[in-house]
Design a protein around this ligand. Structure first.
Ligand code: NAD
Length: 323
């Protein structure tokens, strides 16, 4: 897709962070933009920005895990703009960090429900409508570099993003004959509000095995403040869509990163390679501990055990203290 003028763009999570950056970039490229988000405060702030710009942007408040609400949102787009979107961007996502072994069903249900289920709802709602409209178009999903590997402290998210990457490849192959391109954007850290994701966690899925409190939110804010600017990231996405790329990796050294990643997979398939990777993981953990990086560090207070699991780190700390 090269010409964005007059196209309808539907962006989930479009009121904040990466999605808001995408809304700004595609609105400036001439799209009529729908931002669909669960947080009214994010929507209000974003709409104030677009009003000032006199941009053609429509907001829908919805929870993308609610399939009826998703179908109603799609109907609303057709009512407002006269057609389904030609550009669908699945960007809404949530994250929460904690040790895999302390995870609850609810940790998985919430994160996978939004990050994978939400994308699936977008595809099942919009793909038939886009195909029937016969205008072609493009579908892009914001995944993560985290979808290429496992993480001891971010298992639900990594699993959801791996599933999304794979799903997008299936749709890439399936939708080509209809003139609908498919891309998956895989960033690392983004300057966004994802630190606050727990504020949107449904009450029914509140039971977590992780440490997820205001202290954690504040800590995550400092991490995400160092991330890539969302407008810059959206620029990578736009160029990737123009070039009909399936994978869009917003890094200058993306090819080397992918080669290293697939070397990791190859290594894990032999005994010698596995030992090499285990050593590398140890080194990485030691380096990250020095920087107190929450993605790997076991010393920065991440993870609170479920009551029925004696949290190993607490034990290790206590032992250290008693020495
Ligand atoms: N922040 C990062 O470091 C990072 C890194 C890689 C990938 N990503 C991905 O980027 C995407 C955007 O995240 P972000 O970092 O910009 O975060 P963000 O919190 O700033 O934006 C996400 C938006 O999605 C909305 N949302 C959450 N749950 C929703 C639901 N159930 N229904 C509708 N809307 C919902 C939120 O209200 C929010 O406005 C996510 O898919 C995330 O996984 C983020």
């Amino acid at each position: 897709m090269n010409d964005f003028k007059g196209k309808v763009a539907f962006i989930t999570g479009g009121a904040s962070g990466a999605g808001l950056g995408q809304a700004k970039v595609f609105s400036e490229a001439g799209c009529k933009v729908v931002i669909a988000d669960i947080r009214q405060d994010h929507i209000d702030e974003a709409m104030a920005y677009f009003k000032k710009k006199k941009a053609d942007v429509h907001a829908i408040k919805f929870d993308l895990t609610d399939r009826k609400a998703y179908a109603a949102a799609a109907d609303e787009v057709e009512k407002v703009y006269g057609s389904p979107p030609q550009l669908l961007i699945n960007t809404a996502g949530v994250n929460t960090f904690g040790p895999a072994e302390a995870s609850t069903y609810e940790d998985f249900d919430w994160v996978m429900g939004v990050c994978f289920g939400g994308v699936l709802n977008g595809m099942i709602t919009f793909v038939p409508r886009m195909v029937k409209a016969g205008k072609g178009g493009h579908i892009a999903t914001t995944s993560s570099w985290g979808g290429f590997m496992g993480f001891a402290n971010d298992a639900p998210y990594a699993a959801a993003k791996a599933a999304v990457n794979n799903l997008m490849e299936s749709y890439y192959l399936a939708l080509k004959p209809y003139g609908i391109g498919v891309s998956v954007l895989c960033p690392t850290n983004i300057r966004s509000n994802i630190a606050e994701a727990i504020y949107t966690r449904p009450k029914g899925l509140a039971a977590t095995g992780y440490k997820a409190d205001e202290e954690t939110v504040d800590f995550l804010r400092t991490i995400h403040a160092q991330g890539m600017d969302p407008v810059e990231l959206a620029g990578w996405l736009k160029r990737g869509i123009e070039q009909e790329q399936l994978y869009i990796l917003p890094f200058e050294n993306a090819e080397q990163m992918l080669k290293d990643n697939f070397q990791r997979v190859l290594d894990f398939s032999t005994p010698a390679g596995t030992r090499r990777q285990d050593e590398l993981a140890k080194k990485r953990t030691a380096e990250m501990k020095k920087r107190a990086d929450p993605y790997q560090s076991t010393d920065s207070g991440w993870g609170k055990a479920k009551p029925d699991l004696t949290w190993v780190q607490e034990g290790a700390r206590a032992k250290k203290k008693s020495k």
